[in-house]
Ligand binder design. Sequence first.
Ligand code: U2P
Length: 234
Amino acid sequence: MKGKASILVILFVLHCQSFLCSSQDFDFFYFVQQWPASYCDTRRSCCYPTTGKPNEDFSIHGLWPNYNDGKWPQNCDTSSSLDISQISDLVKRMEKDWPTLACPSGDGVKFWGHEWEKHGTCTSLHQHAYFQSALELKNKANLLQLLKHAGIYPGKFFSMESIKRAIKEGVGYEAYIECNVDTQGNHQVYQVYMCVDKSASKFINCPILPHGRGCGSRVEFPSFSHHSNSKHEL
Ligand code: U2P
């Protein structure tokens, strides 16, 4: 009897790890926005979406479920792929706020499908709610507007401290900033990570900060308005 019971427990644990528990088993989200100019002006360059050059604004990279220890679940349901007909009412907003910059140029469906399969399937949200939540979070944290409000405009260098302070004052919570390097070797603001509760609607203090590329004390906030080195000019 004892042996049978322990086999049952082991079977349940295995089952739970591979399927049952995977869909909602996380602690918080990272909501990650990227600065398109910093994606594009590196040695790797970028390709504008087939739907047009994105506006000079932060755009969504993803809404990623994470664990408090810094690890994260991914690809939790390999049988689920993005069904664009389920989010047809969101597509116009996605094209504006969640554009793809990877090469070769695309309309975004591949990027959104990747984010859904890798991250969205590890949440308890359905596709529509997952993408809608991310779009609403972007509206709640209007990074460009709050940076401009603090005098931080694209096309110049700023202290990291002033950028972090502007976000903390504008959103109420600290953000983590990841930098990359342009072709001249300048460190620049690349991605902004904000932490969000499991309901995907409220910003929270980050339980743990991601490990990313450091920024240094002075960073560039490059302009995207005059950027035109896309490999696929429109
Ligand atoms: O950092 C490189 C890529 O790893 C994925 N990532 C990173 C940190 C984290 O907390 N969660 C996570 O998923 C991202 O992969 P992507 O969604 O772009 O495929 C990130 O770009």
